[in-house]
Design a binder for this molecule. Sequence first.
Ligand SMILES: NC(=O)c1ccc[n+]([C@@H]2O[C@H](COP(=O)([O-])OP(=O)(O)OC[C@H]3O[C@@H](n4cnc5c(N)ncnc54)[C@H](OP(=O)(O)O)[C@@H]3O)[C@@H](O)[C@H]2O)c1
Length: 248
Amino acid sequence: MNTILITGCSSGFGLATARYFLDRDWTVIATMRAPREDVLPGSDKLRILPLDVTDADSIAHVVDAAGPINVLVNNAGVGMFNALEGVSMDMVREVFETNTLGTIAMTKAVLPQFRQRRSGTVINVTSSVTQQPLHLLSVYTGSKAAVNAFTESLALELEPFGVRARLVIPGRAPATSFGDNARARTGMNIPQAYGALAAQVFAGWQQSPQDVTHPMDVAEAVWRAATDPSCPMRLPAGADAVAAAKAA
Ligand SMILES: NC(=O)c1ccc[n+]([C@@H]2O[C@H](COP(=O)([O-])OP(=O)(O)OC[C@H]3O[C@@H](n4cnc5c(N)ncnc54)[C@H](OP(=O)(O)O)[C@@H]3O)[C@@H](O)[C@H]2O)c1
């Protein structure tokens, strides 16, 4: 029996990945900050559990309640688009707490069972901006680039125990709630000095939306990372991410 625990399943990539694995008869533990039963099809292979990856008690509780799992997907994440001068250090910390420390804390919490069973896979979802830097994303990019480096080093220390760590690296996905969530959380208080640059970036997004990433691209990449032991460390997900990986 294969069991996968996915963080951030309320929408976007996490939700698509949960559906994808359910369709393939895996047991799915779909975690959400505010659990909602209605976003996924009812199934005796599905459990929906509460999890906030920035809360140590919440992490301990979910790992205990989940029982043995085979795959952990650290997908939960928050975005932030702004000049560094436009954000407070509290906002910077929030991004790193979720994207970086949340990923590290979840990984640390499942490793004892993986190491003892000498099997298990950790899949960390980062972003193609770590390979192809874009304007006004410095904090977000830093939070995800740290996860790339963390995962690649961790993979080395886990290998002797038969435990794998892999990276799924999506491109820009306008179809998910990611941008709206980021705007709702941090506002759009871009300092005036950076206003023209921000307008230029927005105009570019409007003009070149052909190559983007779809949630299904991420679900497929996570599937490959979970089921193909010979898959590469970095799996780009989405046409734009594949292009960025080739150019890097
Ligand atoms: N969309 C893109 O353009 C893009 C591109 C590359 C990489 N990514 C990465 O892909 C991942 C998924 O993004 P998405 O596009 O699917 O965005 P999304 O629709 O906004 O989903 C993000 C998920 O993370 C959850 N989350 C946020 N903070 C959390 C916390 N403290 N604890 C637990 N869950 C939390 C959200 O839950 P709530 O509903 O509770 O907020 C939501 O379920 C993120 O790591 C993101 O950085 C996104």
